[in-house]
Design a binder for this molecule. Structure first.
Ligand SMILES: NC(=O)c1ccc[n+]([C@@H]2O[C@H](COP(=O)([O-])OP(=O)(O)OC[C@H]3O[C@@H](n4cnc5c(N)ncnc54)[C@H](OP(=O)(O)O)[C@@H]3O)[C@@H](O)[C@H]2O)c1
Length: 248
């Protein structure tokens, strides 16, 4: 699996968890990595980790819930590195609660960050990708975008929306050699799932044929593959990384 030297990958939500793992893996595969999120201190640590391993990365401030911040971040990355060839829309949040009690703000916050943020970030880098006639866009969705989940109507809707966005953009951008795919993680051990009790985690693991939760690195391998030269004939696809808990 390789990424040609000089390719620049922008990873949103690269300060921790799956985004951080994606950034490390893309750098290892040969990409120059633009690390974006709100926590610049954590991004600095990831950049230092990549540099220590011989890679190239730089941190950029980004709040995907803010349209101006998205535009400024895209502009800053392009000014710094010259282009964005690979975009990984990974930043995401949850605000879990049963729909009956869900506040409008819980709905809006999740949709704005997870879905609108990915759309606006893609739009912000799209024209230069089209001009360059090469690109890879990978959207990090979720198994619950495919199956639904009680207590996650907002989150599941945002992730299902990402799959529709992925397929539509794949059709729009194919003629410019830009592929658009999604990776759908199942239950992955990160800060996002840390809030679950040991009992809830054990219960979830029961429904995973491989018998364990996944790691951020396992998701990163799938993302890096879809971003690689070798994935050139794959577009509009959702790649499940879920230990078999859902087989679409
Ligand atoms: N963990 C799982 O089991 C699982 C399963 C399926 C899908 N996913 C998806 O995988 C992605 C990464 O999740 P994770 O488990 O790694 O979660 P995490 O550890 O909570 O990390 C979330 C990342 O998103 C960033 N982020 C959140 N809001 C942001 C905003 N407004 N602007 C910019 N960055 C923002 C955070 O950075 P800052 O706080 O520094 O901004 C952080 O780097 C998410 O899209 C999530 O939905 C996770």
């Amino acid at each position: 699996m390789s990424i040609s030297a000089g390719r620049v990958a922008l990873v949103t939500g690269a300060s921790q968890g799956i985004g951080r793992a994606c950034a490390l893996e893309l750098a290892r595969a040969g990409a120059t990595v633009a690390l974006a999120a709100r926590n610049l201190e954590k991004l600095g640590d990831v950049a230092a980790e990549i540099a220590a391993a011989g890679g190239k990365a730089h941190a950029f401030a980004l709040d995907v819930s803010n349209e101006e911040s998205i535009k400024e971040c895209a502009k800053a990355v392009i000014a710094h590195f010259g282009a964005v060839h690979i975009l990984v829309n990974n930043a995401g949040i949850t605000r879990d609660i049963l729909a009956l009690r869900m506040k409008r703000k819980d709905w809006d916050d999740v949709l704005t960050t997870n879905l609108t943020g990915a759309f606006l970030m893609t739009q912000a880098v799209m024209s230069q990708m089209v001009k360059g006639r090469w690109g890879r866009i990978v959207n990090v969705t979720s198994v619950v975008g495919e199956t639904g989940q009680a207590g996650q109507a907002n989150y599941a809707a945002s992730k299902a929306g990402l799959i529709g966005l992925t397929k539509s953009l794949a059709r729009e951008l194919a003629s410019r050699t830009i592929t658009v795919n999604a990776v759908a993680p199942g239950f992955i051990e990160t800060a996002m799932t840390e809030v679950l009790t040991a009992e809830q985690k054990a219960m979830n693991a029961q429904f995973i044929p491989l018998g364990r939760v996944g790691t951020d690195v396992e998701v990163a391998h799938a993302v890096a593959f879809l971003a690689s030269e070798e994935a050139s004939y794959i577009t509009g696809h959702t790649l499940d990384v879920n230990g078999g808990m859902f087989m679409g």
